[in-house]
Each structure stands twice: as C-alpha cells, then as structure tokens.
Ligand binder design. Structure first.
Ligand code: TYD
Ligand code: MG
Length: 458
C-alpha cells in the first residue's frame, strides 16, 4: 500500500460544477465554463488518513428486518410548510431551502421558527446576512415580536456549532449557507469548498445531536443552489421557494425528501404582513380568470398529493422575425416545442411565421406531461382566435404520433374541477375513470380529432 503524501495538495475546483482538476485551466473540462477554476486548499486532514493509518471503530450493523418506528415529527405550526416536509419536521434532519434572493426565504423561515417556538419548541434563528436588529424589525412587522425565537447574527461556523451544542434547540435556521465561514477550509465564504465544508459540518451536527437544521441557500442565475450540487446530496430534504417577482404567489416545492414524498407543494401569498398560507390554491390561481377568452385553457393538474387547477395562457401573433419568438414561462420549453411540432406534423397546423407566447397564470410552474393537452388547447385556441368553453378543464399526455395517453389520478383531477364549478372535461379516450362524479366527459383519441371537434378545423 502506498503511504499518504505528507504535503497537503491544493486542488483546483470549478466554482460552477464542483469538478476537481489537477492544475489550473481557463476552461473547466467537465462543464465547459470559462474562468471558473479556482485554487482551493484541501479539507484539513485528520491524523492518519487511509486504511491502517489509524484504528477506526466498528460500525454497529443491524439486520434489514429491524422494525423502525416512523420518524417522530414536530409540526411547525404552518400547515403548508408541514405538508411539504411530509408531515412536519423530523429531528436530526437537514433541510436545504433554496430560492432567488428576495423571494421570501428569510420571511418564511422566520415565520416557521416563530410558529414552532410558540408551540413550546426551542427554535434558534442564526442570520449571517442581517444584523439581529434587522431581523427583530422584520419580526415586528410580521407581528411575531412576541414569539420566543432566539436570534443570533454570526457567520463563523465554529461559533455557531458551539452555540447550538450548548443550547440543544429543536430547530436551528441558518440563513444563509453562502455567508458561512468554516476555519477548516482556506477559501472565501460562498466558494464551493466553503459551502461544501460548512454544509457537511452542519449535516453531521444535525445527525449527531438530533437537531433539525434548516439551511438557506441562494440560487444562481441558472437556477441552481450556489455552490455545487453536492450540498443537495448531503441534506435529507431539498425545498425550493419559487415565484414570480411581480406576483404575490409563492410556492414551496419539495424536490428531494428522504422523509416524505417529493413533488409536494405548499402555496403561500406574500402580503404586507408576511406570507399567508393558501389552503385552496386552485381557487387562487383561477381567481384572475375573467370571461372566457381565446388562448386560455384550464389544466387539471396534480402537485404531489394535491390536485391543483391552473390556467394556461397562450398568445399567437404574426412575427416580423426570421425565426419567430417562442417565449415560455412556467412550462418546459422543450415540451412546448414538441407539442408545436406535433400540431404541425400530425394535424397540419403550421406555427411558422408566428410568435408564440405561453405562460401559466399566477407564476406557477407546471412540469407534468399531463399538461400537454391543455398546452395544445391554449395554443390552438389562440391561433384560431376562438375561446374554449368556460366550464371546461382538460388533461392528457400527447405522444409524438399525436395520440393521447392517459394520466395518473384522473378522478382526483375531476373531483377538484367539479369542486371549483367546472362541469366538463376533455380527456384522453383511453383514460379509465371510476366515477366521473357528475362531470361531462369529452373523450378524444388523438390531437387531430380534438382539433376537428373543438375548433371545426383540421
Ligand atoms: P426575504 O424574506 O428577505 O427574501 P430572501 O430571504 O429570500 O432574500 O423577502 C424580501 C421580500 O419580501 C422583500 O422584497 C419584501 C417582501 N416582503 C413583503 O412583501 N411583506 C413582508 O411582510 C415582508 C417581511 C417582506
Ligand atoms: Mg434572506
């Protein structure tokens, strides 16, 4: 066996993707980004690394069949927040909350920590971005001044961990990971190695002491938590706080959850008095819908375990550009391109020479393939300048041949639509339904027959 090298080797790490290089390079081989490779000192190495250097202790092993009770959970007091976590906070879990700067992460977590503290739990909020006075002022504005949350303003990780160790809280919020500074790494706060080392120490601490730790992470322009993806792999739960700046709706989405279902969402509304929970998101997302107008289609979707209706809006207009615009907000643009291609190739409806704008009303994001038919309906409705019936929802996946495929949880979608006053649904013919609950079903086999039936064109 080789002996370990004595001199600690510095490494060159891409700040974009976290890839490690032997020497500096202008361009990262792994992700192709320019000027992102930075020299960083290695993690401090404990005495004797490698096999045989130091005796480790044996790890206790258990059989697979050991019956573990489900993890105990502490309700945070915010129903929507608990829902996204899968039923409440799990002690000893590490949660990453990511989102654009200014979207409301600090507000949300201050509210959650306060709600938890009011129920008698011990909650600590450490801010590395704002002074305690600033956080207190915010708490005043939110009407939370009386909540027994303990505040701290600190960026030195060692001091934070020492404090947490002494306090033994149920919940610690760390706002944000990009401001933390760990003395085991010689790199600037916010750099990949600092973020990685700090996250690692926090996660280890959470596990060891049974403290639930929520780590705030800012998101870069291209939608990733600043710092490498490794942070997402380290924590138990990754939540994204999303929303459009101009809209008051905010969506907390679980993208990874070791203790609950991923894809679950919680819906909030940003008000003057902080974030208000929205118990019935469908009603909120459809509240701005006026008279039936061309280009609007209501999609009966499912987010996690909950049905959510959203309005998909399209605008199709003659283009003066050589390559017409395809502006898509809140939907997968690849998916939209596919649907445009299917409409063109299978139904003979060209979109060449036309600008296409698509978005989901209210700043919601829809990722389900089940939204295909609603997207096609909105596009066709806009192009033909003919409105769909006002009391109609739709869902269904479109295949490349133009055929319609059934989707999951059709009954739940229909039930929610009926609850909100819709009376008919356009769905795939192959969709099996056990009880439409009084909804009138318009079953269609493929996109061409849909075009003929609804718009009388073809
Ligand atoms: P903040 O929680 O500081 O965002 P983040 O921590 O994600 O950077 O939220 C800041 C925004 O929220 C700011 O633009 C003002 C708005 N806001 C309200 O509209 N109402 C409120 O009660 C509060 C506290 C903030
Ligand atoms: Mg903040």
């Amino acid at each position: 066996m080789k002996t370990a090298m004595a001199r600690p080797v510095t490494s060159f790490i891409c700040q974009e993707c976290g890839a490690t290089h032997k020497k500096w390079a202008g361009r990262c081989d792994a992700c192709g980004a320019w000027n992102t490779v930075v020299e960083e000192a290695p993690l401090s190495q404990g005495p004797g690394r490698g096999l045989g250097a130091a005796k480790g202790k044996t790890v206790p092993l258990t059989p697979l069949s050991t019956l573990e009770p489900p993890p105990p959970r502490t309700s945070s007091g915010l129903v929507e927040f608990d829902r996204v976590l899968g039923g409440g906070l799990v002690p000893g879990s590490a949660i990453l909350v990511g989102g654009d700067p200014g979207i409301g992460k600090s507000t949300l977590l201050l509210q959650a920590a306060s709600a938890l503290a009011r129920q008698g739990s011990h909650a600590i909020y450490i801010s590395g971005e704002e002074a305690s006075a600033q956080v207190r002022m915010r708490a005043h504005r939110l009407g939370l001044a009386e909540a027994p949350v303990r505040l701290g303003a600190e960026t030195a990780l060692r001091d934070i961990l020492t404090t947490l160790d002494a306090e033994q809280p149920d919940l610690a919020v760390i706002d944000s990971i990009q401001t933390l500074w760990s003395d085991t790494v010689e790199a600037a706060p916010g750099s990949v190695s600092q973020v990685r080392a700090s996250a690692h120490e926090l996660v280890t601490f959470a596990k060891k002491r049974g403290v639930a730790i929520i780590i705030v992470g800012h998101v870069t322009k291209d939608g990733q938590i600043a710092g490498p993806r490794v942070v997402e792999h380290m924590v138990d739960t990754v939540l994204y706080f999303e929303g459009e700046r101009g809209h008051q709706f905010r969506i907390l989405r679980a993208v990874k959850n070791r203790f609950g279902p991923a894809d679950e969402i919680g819906v909030f509304e940003m008000t003057g008095g902080g974030l208000a929970e929205v118990a019935n998101p469908s009603a909120l997302f459809l509240s701005e819908r006026g008279q039936p107008s061309p280009g609007s289609a209501v999609f009966a979707g499912i987010e996690g375990t909950r049905p959510v209706l959203t309005e998909i809006q399209a605008l199709v207009a003659p283009s003066t550009l050589a390559s017409p615009r395809r502006t898509v907000v809140g939907l997968d643009s690849g998916r939209v391109s596919t649907i445009l291609a299917v409409l063109e190739a299978r139904c003979g409806i060209p979109f060449a020479g036309l600008d296409v704008f698509l978005n989901v009303a209210g700043g919601m994001r829809v990722n389900e393939p089940a939204a295909d038919l609603a997207i096609a309906a909105a596009l066709l409705s806009a192009r033909e300048d003919s409105a769909l019936p006002a009391d109609c929802v739709t869902f269904g996946e479109i295949s490349l041949s133009g055929a319609l495929r059934p989707v999951a949880q059709a009954e739940n979608r229909l039930k929610e639509a009926q609850k909100l006053g819709f009376s008919q649904a356009i769905i795939p013919a192959s969709q099996k339904i056990e009880g439409a609950g009084g909804m009138r079903l318009d079953r269609i086999t493929d996109l061409t027959s849909f075009v003929g039936e609804i718009f009388g064109a073809g």
